[in-house]
Design a protein around this ligand. Structure first.
Ligand code: PLP
Length: 392
């Protein structure tokens, strides 16, 4: 039995604030009754500003992976080709799903250290003169690598090539932590989940859908049932769902939306930027390497750190879990055991971050990793010298 709170510093699921836990701690209501309709309508409306869209946002009782599937099956017909870009493990998994569902992904190779390359995407699209590519799929913030790809540059590449493909973006670990503008950036389908920036437990997934994507879904797509957007639209109009929604998670979502809007979305993003920079300051002072090689694309919701001298990252994470009761993210697939990931998103303040960074620094020492002392101090200096707007 350990005392004090566990530090859940994986990049999702994130720590659920007490306020949200309390909001969920109530009896399940009749999901066909009038009280539910009011709740559903308010949530469906108030989610829009979080996605920065005027269009409809669909909610599925599922993990984020469900919303990936919904995005694909509502818009693509069997054997359609889709252009996907390898930014890390999550892009790789989405591509595998597309294959299994009978689509034909054209997977553009990446090195897991840089973002989706808009120029390379533009070339592929220009070469596709008969428009056989029906969608371009990109992960905004690849949580396995800590790289935030530049979505507006990809939109410009598509427009420059005069290509009609839909743009679909996974924002599972960026929505509510890193700025994302669905309508302004011309994104047709957004994929999101509940357990990262929205600070909820896992179990809800989302699609924001443009008019263009909705028209494509109406005209075709793949055979589907559970994931059908069109089944949702009727009942959603009065705040209801075609099947039993995850009522308790929706209580929590109502609270999460309130928390984000009370703080102000732009302030939420600024807070994450500042904590991202403080974390990177610590990593540099330790003399360790950040996996992302493009400073313009550093993720503000997590940092993937490369282990020095071939030391195992998993042994370090185990030392930190055993000694300091903190969970860090593991290296996935190609970078297994070579990186560890520090989650700094969601319900987070300066002292949460300092507890996290102190835990990492003590772990480095105890595990006998060669590093330079003073990363936590460097982060403290940065935070002390850089007050968040609105505080002092
Ligand atoms: C977490 C995550 C997923 C997977 O979501 P699940 O909820 O585990 O299904 C997909 N993409 C990104 C970018 C993620 O961070």
């Amino acid at each position: 039995m350990k005392s004090g709170r566990h530090f859940l510093q994986i990049p999702g699921p994130t720590n659920t604030p007490d306020r949200i836990l309390r909001a969920m701690h109530r009896a399940v209501m009749d999901h066909r009754g009038p009280e539910f309709g009011d709740l559903g309508q308010s949530i469906l409306e108030d989610l829009k500003p979080i996605f920065k869209t005027k269009n409809h946002v669909f909610i599925f009782p599922a993990s984020g992976t469900g919303a990936w599937e919904a995005a694909l099956v509502n818009t693509l017909a069997p054997n359609d080709s889709v252009l996907m870009y390898e930014t890390g493990q999550f892009a790789t998994l989405w591509k595998k799903m597309a294959e299994r569902l009978g689509f034909e992904p054209l997977f553009m190779q990446g090195d897991w250290r840089n973002g989706a390359n808009a120029e390379a995407i533009a070339e592929q699209l220009k070469a596709d003169t008969n428009h056989s590519i029906k969608a371009v799929c990109v992960v905004h913030n690849d949580t396995s690598t800590g790289i935030t790809s530049d979505i507006p540059s990809i939109r410009r590449a598509m427009d420059g090539a005069n290509h009609p493909a839909l743009l679909m973006v996974d924002t599972i670990s960026s929505l509510g932590s890193i700025d994302f503008r669905t309508d302004e950036w011309g994104v047709d389908v957004v994929v999101a989940g509940s357990q990262k920036g929205l600070m909820l437990p896992p179990g809800l997934s989302f699609n924001a859908v443009s008019e263009k994507a909705m028209a494509v879904a109406k005209a075709g797509g793949t055979k589907r049932s559970y994931w059908d957007w069109l089944d949702m639209t009727g009942p959603n109009g009065s705040g209801f769902f075609p099947y039993t929604p995850a009522t308790t998670l929706l209580y929590g979502l109502r609270e999460a939306i309130d928390m984000l809007s009370e703080e102000g979305l732009e302030n939420v993003f600024a807070r994450h930027t500042r904590h991202g920079e403080a974390t990177r300051t610590a990593v540099r002072a330790w003399g360790l390497e950040i996996l992302c090689q493009d400073p313009a694309l550093y993720s503000d919701s997590l940092t993937a750190v490369v282990m020095p001298d071939g030391k195992g990252a998993d042994a370090l994470r185990q030392t930190i879990l055993d000694g300091f009761d903190m969970s860090l993210g593991t290296g996935l697939n190609k970078i297994a055991d070579r990186v560890f990931r520090i989650g700094h998103l969601g319900d987070f303040n300066d002292l949460t971050l300092m507890g996290t960074l102190c835990g990492v620094e003590m772990g480095l020492q105890r595990a006998g990793v060669s590093y330079e002392k003073g990363g936590a101090q460097a982060a403290m200096d940065f935070l002390a010298a850089t007050p968040l707007k609105g505080t002092n």
